[in-house]
Ligand binder design. Structure first.
Ligand SMILES: C[S@@+](CC[C@H](N)C(=O)[O-])C[C@H]1O[C@@H](n2cnc3c(N)ncnc32)[C@H](O)[C@@H]1O
Length: 222
């Protein structure tokens, strides 16, 4: 039994035939995929020895040593062109960007990215959009009092509006109960910041605009 976030990552990667999970740590995503599908190439990459040893141990304990390859290496550096789906989960935007920028020549061979960034989703969507990927799946997950947003990008082009970069084109379209809670939380957060003294006029103006957008959005579906 995996967490809702891991289940979502497994689900988003389940139609792929080759998946490299960068920053695998415990390896649950790869273990879940190996149990779900026979015909899938799986690689777990870790750049730290502790998590790398844990990854190998969990793979062994699950009897999946022949199904999942592992690599103690940095980001995409040692990942071969045969891996068409790359997962980067449980990291912040800066690290995700650093990992890709560091191997930018490799992205011509990558069909899909599955991203669970814990920071700056606006920049994440903008960055992948500029790299030539479009969003094909998005899901908001609420677990242990934290909101996560898992995004699947596929090679392709799309033009995203500012609010779509901020909140996600599919999240906005599908608008399920969890997404509603997510927007309510975002609105509360904006109100908290607006009540603080010392924020710049420029930031205040941007927040007021976002607040009006969210109030309108929530008003519409209430
Ligand atoms: C918070 S854990 C997330 C684990 C798992 N992906 C998840 O979503 O639950 C982040 C992992 O990424 C690894 N990591 C960070 N930067 C990395 C890099 N450049 N290359 C490979 N692994 C990296 C860390 O060692 C850590 O184990």
């Amino acid at each position: 039994m995996f967490s809702k976030r891991i289940e979502c990552l497994i689900n988003f990667a389940s139609d792929s035939t080759s998946v490299a999970d960068i920053g695998s740590d415990h390896g649950y995503l790869l273990i879940g995929l190996a149990k779900l599908k026979q015909d899938i190439d799986l690689l777990g990459v870790e750049n730290k020895l502790g998590p790398f040893l844990q990854l190998n141990k969990n793979i062994r304990l699950n009897g999946l040593k022949d199904r999942i390859k592992t690599s103690l290496s940095n980001g995409l550096v040692e990942v071969s062109d045969t891996y068409k789906t790359i997962v980067l989960a449980g990291m912040g935007f800066n690290n995700i960007k650093k990992i890709i920028d560091n191997s930018i020549d490799k992205i011509k061979n990558i069909d899909e990215f599955i991203i669970d960034s814990h920071t700056n989703l606006y920049e994440i969507r903008k960055y992948f959009n500029n790299l030539g990927y479009k969003i094909i799946k998005e899901k908001i997950i609420y677990e242990d009092n934290i909101f996560y947003c898992v995004i699947k990008f596929k090679k392709g082009h799309e033009i995203l509006k500012e609010e779509e970069l901020e909140y996600g084109p599919i999240v906005l379209k599908e608008f399920d109960d969890v997404a509603k809670k997510y927007f309510e939380n975002a609105l509360n957060h904006i109100n908290l910041i607006l009540n603080k003294i010392g924020i710049s006029a420029e930031k205040r103006e941007a927040l007021i605009k976002q607040k009006a957008y969210l109030e309108n959005l929530l008003g519409k579906i209430n």
